[in-house]
Write a protein that binds this ligand. Structure first.
Ligand SMILES: [Zn+2]
Length: 433
């Protein structure tokens, strides 16, 4: 048995030099296999970690998980806990953390989509190095179809990054999405495709899918305020007819719909229209939680970002963002109790990509999940949301070899996931302790 030496090219990749790019390509099925010798394994199927497990990797897939003796190339992770590659179901690789409206406007007005795409390639690499081997990127915020090209560059082995499902431009109605507030005679860009009316909605779905959208993303509400009874209220954007048309067209073409819905009406309308995932969901009425549970509609709560933007937005004159935090916690706890399916999503890009999105895990646990439940949201559950259960989300034979490792026990201290020190995607090592 010998330990595989730290491959120079891997180190270079991590450092971001050009030399390592060839390694990002999926390896051909080669023999002999690579063996990962894990001190502990959380396989994503069971809540119970197993001790001293050897994972055999052949090409891009997991060949065997067991205690069999390994000979050949061995990666020694005997002091680490191995887990399935993490999955973030709500990111924005084209965003850099916009706390205030002014930050956001500046980005769209002063940075070209080309410049933003270059930064997005760095963000994609960061996501992978944090241990996120798969992401669902939920719209480019004014950068057109740049996400399709970032995904393509990753899949073609040109840049390192996670597996991606992308939403392209997203949709909202006239007057509802930034940039807003400019003089009527000054044309400004918008962070979404503006869509009004049923026919427009169907056409936008067809257009976005034809240009590479995996998901359709809609914004269902805006202008949040807390009612005297503590309920988070909003102004719904689309009419029910518009929402139904968009959802129907997407489903007719076998694509799913993610709905940004923060408050009572946005969530209710989204659920009634039959969306597949509710994003943020700061306030969700009990009846809607019940419907979500019975219809299998996902809740992607994105907790950390709320905390990240709250104080800045309050300082900029919108104290509602601070009030919303406790409302969100109450909703999350009710959703957990109601048996709603919850998947890990962070809104990374809504906060700076220099911050590890794995910070979300500690919030999930603080708000009532067990560490094992929290890990499932970012592995097996997220894989289910993405319809990728046959490929990722668990460590078992036949699945893609997307594996990360941390030193320490995430079931005792969930924050160790903020320090992933081994990353393998599709059998290729990108980071090693
Ligand atoms: Zn978002």
């Amino acid at each position: 048995m010998k330990t595989i030496p730290m491959r120079l090219t891997i180190a270079l990749l991590a450092l971001g030099t050009l030399t390592g790019f060839a390694l990002a390509q999926a390896p051909a099925a080669v023999s002999p296999p690579i063996y990962l010798k894990c001190g502990w394994l959380f396989d994503g199927k069971s809540d119970q970690p197993r001790q001293n497990v050897v994972i055999a990797i052949n090409g891009e897939s997991i060949q065997e998980v067991g205690s069999a003796s390994a000979s050949g190339q061995i990666v020694d992770l005997s002091r680490e806990t191995c887990l399935p590659g993490l999955i973030d179901t709500h990111t924005h690789v084209l965003l850099q953390g916009d706390i205030t409206a002014a930050d956001y406007d500046e980005q769209l007005l002063k940075e070209s989509p080309e410049y933003r795409t270059i930064i997005a390639t760095v963000n994609a690499r960061r996501a992978l190095m944090y241990g996120f081997t798969t992401i669902r990127d939920l719209e480019t915020e004014g950068a057109g179809y740049a996400d399709v090209d970032v995904k393509k560059a990753i899949n073609n082995g040109i840049i390192p990054g996670p597996r991606m499902q992308v939403a392209t431009r997203a949709m909202d109605v006239t007057g509802a999405y930034p940039l807003l507030g400019y003089a009527p005679n000054v044309p400004v860009p918008h962070g979404v495709q503006i869509v009004d009316g049923v026919e427009d909605g169907r056409k936008a779905v067809r257009e976005q899918i034809s240009h590479g959208a995996d998901w359709i993303k809609i914004y269902s509400d805006r202008s949040y305020f807390v009612r005297p009874d503590g309920v988070l209220d909003d102004i719904p954007t689309f009419t029910m007819d518009e929402l139904r048309a968009i959802v129907d067209e997407a489903h007719r073409e076998h694509h799913k719909v993610a709905s940004h819905a923060m408050a009572i009406h946005g969530v209710h309308n989204s659920v009634e229209a039959g969306v597949d995932t509710v994003e943020h969901g700061y306030y969700i009425a009990d009846d809607d939680l019940k419907t979500m549970a019975s219809r299998g509609i996902w809740y992607v709560p994105t907790i950390y970002v709320g905390d990240y933007v709250a104080r800045g937005r309050a300082a900029a004159g919108a104290p509602v963002w601070v009030q919303m935090l406790s409302i969100h916690e109450d909703t999350f706890r009710r959703a957990l109790k109601a048996g709603v399916k919850i998947a890990f999503g962070t809104d990374a890009g809504g906060f700076d990509w220099k911050i590890d999105p794995a910070k979300e895990f500690a919030y999930l646990v603080k708000w009532g999940m067990t560490p094992a439940q929290a890990i499932h949201t970012a592995t097996s559950s997220a894989a289910e949301l993405l319809d990728m259960r046959d490929k990722v989300g668990t460590i078992e034979p036949g699945k893609l070899a997307d594996i990360v490792a941390v030193s320490g026990d995430p079931l005792k201290d969930i924050t160790v996931l903020e320090h992933v020190d081994f990353v393998m995607k599709g059998g290729v090592v990108y980071k090693q302790p």
